[in-house]
Design a protein around this ligand. Structure first.
Ligand code: FAD
Length: 379
């Protein structure tokens, strides 16, 4: 089988900014659904907090396109912000069915055919090879795979979503969990189905006679096809590097960076200690692949003076103990739902729509409000 393509994700800040600058919102809107569409490939940097959605939005606004030309890309960026707001509001409930129970679930395990890239659907198997080799997958392929796993293979969404998260350089618990729930009809009004014709159209394949080569009415009521019957348990582990206790000057604050905050411009000119904190407890709960860990470490090299520490936040706290008093206010991080337990000062992230907070039951109810704010920004 032909393996994946030329895609790659550089880690220098300069290259990331080049990618932001190269966005063509008009071509984006026309082609984004196709496997070779002119999408931004920015998600690994946005997810990891190297750049913010606001920064991308500001760059697009700066170029003074008329509103209709940029609506699509702004809306897509807003999806990330929406899911982050859902996570902020729902907290750990994001790990449970958000709106309604998933229907017709047969098992809570992983589909072997997907894990081994042997579904027999060529474009899907290719996309899975790409995920393993590069750590990225096109949005449509993610939707197809989630639909095959949950709606055709009748797996509960949680296990296959953990498999995908493990491999994604852009792994974002909010976007991932909510999208899997959206496809499986748990965080949307109905399940999402794709057939072979749809896959052929958007991935330029010509396959026929697969288990998806059927009209939608048949797919919806189909028994699990033989190709998807074998299931397997997942055993996902994170391999973290070893490190020494960081060299901290306790007279000055420590900025905590992590897998979701790798912003090289954060409090850039301040006299502080800078630590990339890789907590075993976090990665035990949310395992990621070696590739993802390496990507995070490589991105952290954009941050001057950063030290990598594999340990827990409590260990940093202990360094600030004098005369039996903790000086928590010297520990500074960025607000993030994955790290609500951090102590100390929490800086706000840069939001596209800082005033649109709280829980909206659907993206379009969120977008209705966000769009109003966005139009004001264009004036
Ligand atoms: C089952 C499933 C799982 C997913 N898991 C993740 C995940 O773990 N992490 C992740 O970042 N995205 C996830 N997504 C969303 C989406 O697939 C990726 O954000 C997108 O493919 C990233 O590629 P890009 O940067 O080239 O996107 P572009 O199309 O160029 O979009 C630009 C930016 O808009 C945002 N965006 C676009 N589409 C979406 C979307 N559907 N949801 C949220 N934000 C979006 C991202 O920040 C992206 O970088 C998932 C989607 C599905 C269907």
């Amino acid at each position: 089988m032909k393996k994946s393509n030329h895609l790659h994700f550089p880690t220098t800040y300069e290259k990331v900014l080049e990618r932001v600058n190269a966005i063509d919102p008009i071509k984006y809107a026309k082609t984004r659904n196709y496997i070779n569409g002119q999408i931004t490939y920015l998600s690994p940097y946005v997810s990891r907090g190297v750049i913010s959605t606001k920064q991308v939005m500001d760059k697009i606004i700066e170029k003074q396109y008329p509103y209709p030309a940029i609506e699509k890309i702004i809306q897509e960026l807003a999806w990330r912000e929406y899911f982050q707001r859902v996570w902020q509001f729902k907290g750990s409930q994001i790990w449970e069915d958000l709106k309604q129970d998933q229907q017709k679930v047969v098992h809570h395990t992983m589909l072997e055919a997907i894990q081994q890239a042997q579904t027999g659907i060529e474009s899907i198997d290719l996309a899975i090879h790409g995920l393993y080799e590069i750590g990225y997958m096109h949005n449509h392929s993610r939707m197809y795979i989630a639909s095959i796993a949950c709606n055709i293979g009748k797996a509960y969404w949680l296990t296959p979503s953990k498999w995908m998260y493990y491999h994604l350089l852009d792994g974002d618990i909010a976007s991932n969990n909510c999208s899997w729930q959206w496809v499986s009809g748990v965080f949307s009004s109905k399940q999402y189905f794709c057939n072979q014709e749809n896959i052929n159209k958007y991935t330029f394949s010509k396959q026929q006679n697969t288990f998806l080569d059927k009209p939608y009415e048949q797919l919806i009521n189909m028994d699990i096809p033989n190709a998807l019957r074998d299931t397997t348990k997942l055993d996902l582990k994170t391999n973290l590097p070893t490190s020494n206790t960081p060299n901290i000057d306790t007279e000055i604050p420590t900025l905590i960076y992590n897998s979701y905050n790798l912003d090289p411009y954060w409090r850039k000119d301040e006299n502080v200690n800078r630590v990339l904190l890789l907590e075993p407890s976090h990665f035990n709960q949310y395992p990621v692949s070696d590739k993802v860990i390496q990507f995070i470490i490589d991105l952290s090299k954009n941050i001057e003076g950063i030290q990598i520490f594999v340990g827990e936040i409590e260990e940093i706290k202990k360094l600030y103990k004098t005369d039996n008093l903790w000086d928590d206010q010297k520990i500074i991080s960025k607000e993030h739902p994955a790290f609500t337990y951090y102590l100390g000062i929490k800086d706000q992230r840069d939001w596209m729509f800082p005033e649109v907070t709280g829980y909206y039951p659907s993206f379009f109810s969120f977008w209705k409000k966000a769009e109003r704010s966005f139009r004001k920004l264009l004036k």
